[in-house]
Design a protein around this ligand. Sequence first.
Ligand SMILES: *[C@@H]1O[C@H](CO)[C@@H](O)[C@H](O)[C@H]1NC(C)=O
Ligand SMILES: *[C@@H]1O[C@H](CO)[C@@H](O)[C@H](O)[C@H]1NC(C)=O
Ligand SMILES: *[C@@H]1O[C@H](CO)[C@@H](O)[C@H](O)[C@H]1NC(C)=O
Ligand SMILES: *[C@@H]1O[C@H](CO)[C@@H](O)[C@H](O)[C@H]1NC(C)=O
Length: 571
Amino acid sequence: MHNLVLFGLIICVSSGLTYKQDTFTEELLIKPLYSEQLYAHFQFSTKWDVDLDVEQFRHTHIFPRALGEIIERHNVQELHVTLTEGLWRYESWGYPIEDAAPGAEVWAWFKPDTIDVEKNWKLLANSLSGLLCASLNFVDPSNSVSPEFTFKPKGVTLTQNVNNTFLRYATLPREIVCTENITPWKKLLPCDSKSGLASLLNSGFIHNTRYHSIGLHLRPVCREDACQHMSLELQQTVSLVYDYAIMGTKNWSLKKLFGQAVNGRCDLADKSEIYVDITSKVSNDFNLEPKPDEVVTSIRGGQVSTFAKYTIKNYFMSIHSVSTGDKISVKAPPLLHANQYVTGYGQERGGIVTKIYNNHWSSLDVVVLQNIPWYVPIYLHTLKVISDNKEVQPLALRYIPGKQRLKPYYVEVLVSLPPRSITSISVDFDYVFLKWQEYPPDANHGFYIGSAVVSSYLPLARNFTGLPQDGSTIADSFNASRSGYLVQVRTENMVITLPTPDFSMPYNVICLACTVVALAFGPLHNITTKRLRLKVKNNETILVKLKTKVINKIKGVFSCTKDNDDKPKKE
Ligand SMILES: *[C@@H]1O[C@H](CO)[C@@H](O)[C@H](O)[C@H]1NC(C)=O
Ligand SMILES: *[C@@H]1O[C@H](CO)[C@@H](O)[C@H](O)[C@H]1NC(C)=O
Ligand SMILES: *[C@@H]1O[C@H](CO)[C@@H](O)[C@H](O)[C@H]1NC(C)=O
Ligand SMILES: *[C@@H]1O[C@H](CO)[C@@H](O)[C@H](O)[C@H]1NC(C)=O
């Protein structure tokens, strides 16, 4: 009896604990940018205190089970997926909270005991493709690389030294992001899109924006400061950039941006908040209605920001902003940004140039990662780093040549950018002929080369909005001064036209051949099937014919005279 009570107690306590094991927070940050845009970022984060080594993902509370099963099956330690439409304009918009390359981008760290990373990666991509309804199934070893410097684990690792053989990174620059991706993504949220901030995510309003990006970031994190235990953290993000020119006005409201106001919070959320960045009020004044619950000041890496904070209550709530003053402000570009373009003309030789701008007064060390498809063979000896018209030697260079149809070209360059300089990294490539089945249906559209990733630790947090590595919510980024701020600038995609065979030729040949056949067929058919026969001479019939002819003629003459007789009578 005693034992039974104890047993019951244990069950109660442990089930109570499981119930408290996960926390969910939902946040929205609205930031008027210094240029003519408005940035809205949704941050949903789920933290689950779970023992990752024994968990089977059979019972989950808030954490999405579908995702849990995928990471369990493929032995994934950390996973990052973003689907983006549009390009983030670093030079005029500053830094986003989450950097994302145009199209689809996936990178994952597998656990160090994974036996066949290649196979797990392929299967993981296929599962994610089903989960998010995206074409991630096109991710395979022929477009994936294992960068050594650029992507370090963002979460906790068990060992001190991480080995990049367990890392895979791939982009699909041609991927188009649409409603069919956001719908399954919303299903991973505990309240779906029925209540809370997720109810603001209406496809019609998301896809009208200048830039939109959805993300899924999963990593193990420390449960407490001492880091004795691990927890699993899932961050789901949506970033939207609205253009005032498209909206027609600088006055915005939740209804205008998202089609509806917030109708209460998600009941499962521990925290449900909206922040409006009011730092830019000094140049573009605006008034918020209703008044915020609190005004929060954050001093971070030399940048002072102010936020209006709204806590979502369990009733209908909207926020309006009325623009009042409009002063002309000088837009200062952020410390680091980059561009990428193709050089050369014709379809024989070409080059790729990555231009990196350092606007800081001291030098910056950056890592540039290029993942170049196998059908663009580059020549390493032509790789040049030129800074202010002087050639500089890279601090480190990693290069793995590609193999046709098997492996992309991987280049990672570590360079030190001189203070206030423009550095360009250029490399030459050849255009190749593909097999005719390897061309996409619209071959003349061109082939995409994914964006380069320029990573750096900035000493100042100017224009930086990212979350600190140890934080998972927007609130964690307040007063989060650190020794460096990691930015990973993605450049634009490039399109090149490979030598394309004339795919209309078979059609022309078919048309020509058909015409010839049609013209030749008629006479030939006639000649071969029709028999030439002489007509039988029949005297009797000729006589009869002659007789009728003569009779007809005579009849005609008679009627004619009759007619002539009648006519004058009538007159
Ligand atoms: C970066 O921040 C500074 C103020 O800290 C501002 O003046 C500047 O316009 C910002 N630049 C961009 C591109 O947002
Ligand atoms: C990384 O792992 C691979 C395979 O397990 C091994 O061959 C390689 O030596 C490791 N590299 C480092 C730096 O530990
Ligand atoms: C914003 O709204 C106010 C009041 O409705 C109006 O006076 C003002 O012209 C509007 N501003 C813009 C930029 O449309
Ligand atoms: C950040 O630090 C400033 C100055 O120390 C303080 O006034 C402010 O309340 C802090 N903000 C938060 C969110 O803790």
